[in-house]
Design a protein around this ligand. Structure first.
Ligand SMILES: [Zn+2]
Ligand SMILES: [Zn+2]
Ligand SMILES: [Zn+2]
Length: 86
């Protein structure tokens, strides 16, 4: 059962380091790991319900492409009845 943010009731995976209430990513400070109620880093943001996506998680990550292995192509010789040249 997922925890629910104590502020907006959204699904939360972490708790506040101070009041130990559940807080979603939007309401949990990354710096002090406190919920918006307890966070003292960005007090000005508490009143604003801004949901700006963190640019940190939107970095394009270059993924190394796996080299395609050469597929052996075993072609079985057709074993049909060959006409006897007489
Ligand atoms: Zn929340
Ligand atoms: Zn808190
Ligand atoms: Zn904080």
């Amino acid at each position: 059962m997922p925890f629910l943010c104590s502020i907006c009731s959204e699904e939360s995976t972490r708790i506040c380091a101070r009041c130990t209430k559940d807080a979603c990513n939007n309401h949990l400070c990354e710096r002090c790991l406190r919920c918006s109620d307890c966070c003292e880093c960005e007090v000005a943001l508490v009143d604003q319900e801004l949901r700006a996506p963190t640019a940190r998680s939107m970095f394009p990550r270059p993924e190394p492409e796996p080299e395609p292995e050469p597929i052996p192509n075993p072609e079985p010789e057709p074993t049909g009845p060959e006409p006897d040249p007489v």
